[in-house]
Design a protein around this ligand. Sequence first.
Ligand code: SF4
Length: 631
Amino acid sequence: MTPADALARVVAALPAAEDRAGQREMVSAVSAAITDQHHLVVQAGTGTGKTLGYLVPAIVAGKRTVVATATKALQDQLAAKDLPFLEEHLGVDFTWSVLKGRSNYLCMQRVRELSAADTGQLELEEMAGSTKLEIMRLAEWAGRTATGDATDLPESVSDRAWQAVSVGSDECPGAKRCPMGDVCFAEAARQRAEHADVVVVNLHLYGLDVAADGAILPPHDVLVVDEAHQLEDIASDTVGLQIAPSRFVTVAAALRKVLAEPEVPSAVAEAASGLREVLQPSVGERLGVPLPDAVVEVLVDGRRRLEAAMSALRALDQAGKTSATAEVQQRVLRASQLTGRLVEAIDLASKIDDGWVPFVGGSPDHPRLEIAPLDVAPILREGVWGRRTAVLASATIPPSLPAAVGLPADRLVQLDVGSPFDYPGNALLYCARHLPDPRDASYTPKTHDELVALIDAAGGRTLALFTSWKAMDAAVAAVRARVDVPILSQRDLPKGRLVAEFTRSEPTCLFATAGFFQGFDAPGRTLSLVVIDRIPFPRPDDPLLSARREALGPTAFRQIDLPRAATMLAQATGRLIRTATDRGVVAVLDRRLSTATYGWDIVHALPPMRRTRERADAEAFLREITASSGG
Ligand code: SF4
């Protein structure tokens, strides 16, 4: 069967069968990339059906494929919807599996330890009653679940309870050294992935696999990166390293479970305080290479304490080989594993060169030392692009992406298959050129007037996106008092409930920050107006980006800031039109979009909407939508 025939077959089986030219074009391009072994970067606008656009040709080609998604929502959608659908309708036999990080699976060894009459009971005694009950329910669930995957839990559990029955990859000694290795859920998931034709992972796990030189994922011929505009940032996070004070606390807790004397664990825990103190004043700042003396001192001191812990564990291991129970031996093994990994991280941190950017991330209460690569391109070139065919897909591909991630130009095809939606007919881009510059003192109150007028014309139904919490809070306070529709703030409810409430009540407006620029999906009448306060440029003082800017020199604005702002704005704009019948206005309250020389670069990255600078046009279109929808 050809990929085109396979696509026609599955599209015919969809509830709303719809032939989409962009999807056909994408299938043909992905198929050619796999056959010719070149890389493909494909921009597939909202509504293209891009998941089938890459899954169908990859499965028909019979190549082992890993699909890496940036968000858990997309990973779950592939597992719950797209892959089962293809299994039923594609007419090609294939197997698939989902693989997650180890801490997503229930650890049978931990369940066994917590059920042990002596040590397990002691550990449970130290926990709150509600956590104990949750753990008992999790132990029962361990006997029923086929996957042990936290996503499949019938009810939500507290982080504390889940942490008690799971282990991270830093802690697990591996199936061969674990008495429960034969019945381990994480190992079973790895085994399924080992034999599957399509493996779905998230980009974080893929980045860890690259950093571990392919030790985590099975060998594969094709990599598909969905939501590929996030690849550079996630790759930076995962191939770099992080040393937070909490890592010392975690090691100390593991040591306390096995060492009778409190001195060694306490000494390790004290290293956490030392590290916190030295990092706190520099949160959000870049550090030098080599690391500053004060930081090196606490790391060397921490390492010395970890070495002492390793010696104590080795002595315990020798002494207990014959007498200790299997549970105690496992605890010793895991404590050694955790301690050793932290020693390794400190050793790596002390060896960094100019290719790495150390900085202090986190918050003043929870600072952490982060070390990220200055440039992820060489790492991906060596670990990914040189080893397999890659398909990078997203609704928004910044022009800078191929260079930023190091895709080789001579083996690369780029394609934009557009969107099947009628953007010129259904969407209007309004730039409020009459407003003052965002850096002007009068800007904020004037944007509130603008919001009130637009929300009034739209009858509510507004998603207002802000580039700072401060701006969002000010707008909520000012606008709430002046409109007669409900205004929800991102601070009011957890994200899932905010989305549910916004969708349930048509007039309701939602005011939110950067986390809602992507992945917020509210199709239909409930959303007719998306407002964005400012062009979302990255922070000038972002430590990693400022190091990259320095390395690029005068071209940095065009290579870093502009594409990032355009991609974020395009993502935010993408919230408006989710189906073929959606209509509405995107209002940008930043005059620079129409006055700055770079404005066109940003506008060209957005879907092809009609454009206006007149608020009256936006209000008229919104009133027409409200009237035609009977609102
Ligand atoms: S191998 Fe053992 S310790 Fe590791 S996750 Fe599986 S059951 Fe837990």
